[in-house]
Design a protein around this ligand. Structure first.
Ligand code: C2E
Ligand code: MG
Ligand code: MG
Ligand code: MG
Length: 288
């Protein structure tokens, strides 16, 4: 586990090096960001971008996924791939996750005030957050404070939330479900769980990982796999969202295979607030 953590840290740093071409700053930058993150959260340097989820039947926008970015005063927009792991390793993920949860509720309330027709907003949670038994009550507090319904919120978890012992995470998930918050299983297919293993958990939606979508073009087997996952998920009363749709033929394949909802650059990239509002007004997203 230590080796894996080190490897991911290292990959994160290398990415920085690659982007800014200043190898010297490498690990300095990592620790600098780790040190700065708590104040950045408090000073609202985090921002949400939103990516629409589109129903394949009629191209309606039926949801949004909130994706966090760090508007760094010195380094510009930093993507979650470069600070989520760091937040987890340095004990800041709870504060970060809490900010995201609150910002989603606040945003939904603001859209309502503007008279916009809103759609459910999903946010991503780290496995560490699901181990916190106070998570559901904080969610409830924000919902109440902002006057937002639980059905306006979806939580996206990953299979790594479900590694043994599943007990604690399962309890949190059941509490969220009881409140009416729906649960999506992100990046499905990349981990080790099968649909039969997760059927006991309160999961409403599975999100087919983009690696499957990506392979649809080159591999017949990927298509067979995707089709059977969709069928099985439907039999278990789960909805299927495909992520990472970049091409028209992927969209067509998924629609034919009975997939419910799609997300991806082909439909829309994650966009900042103003563009999100324009998308909500539009309501429908015809592929380009
Ligand atoms: P994810 O939840 O699986 O989100 C999908 C990621 O794929 C996003 O990257 C999105 O911009 C990107 N994406 C969307 N459509 C396409 C496509 O068609 N092609 C390709 N190649 N990529 C696409 P992003 O925003 O950089 O986020 C990366 C990951 O960071 C997320 O993966 C999620 O696991 C994590 N993350 C984002 N926001 C939060 C957050 O608020 N809290 C936590 N704990 N994690 C977050
Ligand atoms: Mg997600
Ligand atoms: Mg995903
Ligand atoms: Mg993913």
């Amino acid at each position: 586990a230590d080796a894996a953590m080190y490897a991911s840290k290292k990959a994160g740093r290398n990415r920085y090096t690659y982007y800014d071409g200043i190898p010297k700053l490498d690990s300095d930058r990592y620790y600098q960001l780790a040190r700065q993150l708590p104040a950045a959260i408090a000073q609202e340097q985090l921002v949400l971008h939103f990516q629409p989820k589109v129903r394949l039947e009629d191209c309606r926008i039926v949801g949004l996924e909130a994706l966090v970015r760090w508007q760094h005063p010195q380094y510009g927009l930093i993507y979650p791939g470069d600070f989520i792991a760091l937040a987890e390793e340095h004990g800041h993920i709870e504060a970060l996750g809490d900010w995201v949860m609150q910002a989603c509720c606040r945003q939904i309330a603001a859209w309502r005030m503007q008279g916009l027709d809103t759609v459910p907003v999903a946010f991503n949670v780290s496995p560490l957050q699901l181990k916190d038994s106070a998570f559901p009550s904080r969610m409830a507090t924000y919902l109440k404070h902002y006057g937002v319904r639980a059905s306006d919120i979806q939580v996206e978890i990953t299979e790594s939330c479900l590694v043994e012992p599943v007990g604690l995470a399962a309890r949190v998930l059941h509490q969220l479900q009881q409140m009416g918050v729906s649960i999506g299983l992100d990046d499905f297919g990349t981990g080790f769980s099968s649909l039969s293993q997760i059927r006991a958990l309160p999961i409403n939606t599975i999100k087919l990982d983009k690696s499957f979508v990506n392979e649809l073009r080159s591999s017949k087997e990927a298509g067979v796999l995707v089709t059977s996952i969709i069928t099985l998920a439907h039999n278990l009363k789960m909805q299927v969202v495909a992520e990472g749709v970049e091409l028209m033929d992927q969209l067509v394949y998924l629609k034919t295979a009975g997939c419910d909802v799609a997300q991806g650059y082909f439909l829309s990239r994650p966009v900042p607030l103003a563009q999100t509002e324009a998308l909500l007004k539009q309501g429908i997203l015809e592929p380009a």
